[in-house]
Design a protein around this ligand. Structure first.
Ligand code: 8NA
Ligand code: MG
Ligand code: MG
Length: 345
């Protein structure tokens, strides 16, 4: 479909859920052979295997809260969103949340809380979390607002409800921007897409908080910009091994070690690759490749899925995968509602 078509909205929200659900199988694994990934994915096509439904984890649970809040409040309302995160956690605490964020979610459910951003600020001795938990749920912001200024501001504020370190919330801004650009067809020109992301992130990271956090954590002055330059260098290479991707970009639970990685997965899989089946389309390649990196597979595949889904559209998503994943049909319904909000803004 054309820029901002319904197909792209549906692809983004649905493929994010698929990445989370199919990625759960390998989460935390150090090495994931591609054969294991392909076996896992081919089981989804084989209904006789009856491996039941693959459940979604914290990534989708929190993204659903973001979607419901944006739709119900017809925009960003931090009080409402915080309440939904807290309620979702108390109803299903077993979705694989990060060990730190659980404390924030418990505090957010207190009726006496006056500042919804305070619990996140108290994390890690006042430094705040740099985990990818803000980024993993950032895609819906790109699907709710057409203006990139709104996308950046709301993705940042939405992430700060749990992640107050700039290396956490700036990852959410980057992920939302990547989905925003992809929705408009910007990945048709991958080099320009990367240049636009870098230009945007130069501004996003050009402030005192980012410089401070980066210095304390011994990162480059503009950590996400530096990683995006690495993505661009890897894109230009004809052959890149999985080991090189992991050592250059990472596959971990920090936003810095996973958001640029997810972006790379999408760009690397625009073309057919030797290690991936020839009958796979780009979206299937992206998800499979994300899983083969190991580490935080559900979250990297979820973020890569959102960006790739916005690029290829819903037609690229295998029906059999949708049927196997909890929450995928729901995401499909909500994508249309988000597009209505997007068009109204
Ligand atoms: P979080 O805010 O608890 O952060 C995740 C982890 O990152 C923390 O538990 C810490 O170990 C570490 N961390 C974050 N900030 C700091 C800091 N300032 N100083 C020192 N350590 C820090 O949780 P989240 O919402 O960011 O979740 C991130 C990931 O954890 C998600 O992928 C989610 O799925 C989950 N998770 C990951 C795995 C895995 O093996 N990759 C397993 C279970 C859950
Ligand atoms: Mg998860
Ligand atoms: Mg994860």
């Amino acid at each position: 479909g054309g820029p901002s078509s319904l197909s792209r909205f549906r692809g983004a929200l649905v493929a994010a859920v698929l990445g989370d659900c199919v990625g759960g199988e390998f989460e935390g694994a150090e090495e994931v052979p591609m054969e294991s990934v392909l076996q896992h994915l081919s089981n989804l096509d084989d209904e006789t295997k009856g491996n039941g439904i693959l459940e979604y984890s914290d990534d989708t649970a929190m993204a659903r809260c973001v979607v419901q809040s944006l739709l119900t409040r017809a925009g960003f309302d931090e009080q409402d969103m915080a309440r939904r995160f807290a309620k979702e956690y108390s109803m299903s605490p077993g979705r694989g949340y990060g060990s730190g964020v659980i404390q924030v979610l418990k505090k957010l459910s207190s009726p006496h809380l006056s500042d919804v951003y305070q619990p996140a600020k108290d994390q890690f001795n006042g430094r705040g979390s740099f985990g990818n938990g803000g980024a993993m749920r950032a895609a819906p912001f790109a699907l709710a607002f057409p203006d990139p200024a709104d996308v950046k501001r709301c993705a940042r504020q939405g992430a700060m409800l749990t992640h107050s370190c700039s290396l956490g919330y700036n990852g959410a801004v980057l992920q939302a921007l990547a989905v925003h650009l992809s929705l408009q067809g910007a990945i048709d020109k991958p080099q320009q897409f990367m240049s636009r992301l870098i230009t945007e992130m130069e501004v996003v990271e050009g402030n005192e908080e980012t410089r401070n956090d980066a210095r304390i954590l011994k990162e480059a002055e503009k950590p996400f910009c530096e990683r995006l330059h690495r993505v661009r260098d890897l894109m230009d290479r004809s052959k890149v091994s999985i080991e090189e991707v992991i050592s250059e970009l990472g596959n971990g639970i920090a936003a810095l070690h996973s958001v640029p990685t997810a972006i790379f997965c999408v760009l690397h899989c625009l073309q057919p690759r030797e290690c991936l089946p020839a009958n796979y389309g780009g979206l299937e390649r992206t998800i499979a490749y994300s899983l083969a990196l190991g580490g935080d597979t559900d979250t990297i595949a979820c973020m890569a899925g959102a960006i790739a889904g916005a690029h290829y559209g819903i037609e690229a998503v295998p029906q059999s995968w949708i049927r196997c994943c909890e929450g995928a049909e729901d995401a499909d319904m909500n994508a249309g509602r988000l597009q209505m909000l997007y068009r109204r803004s």
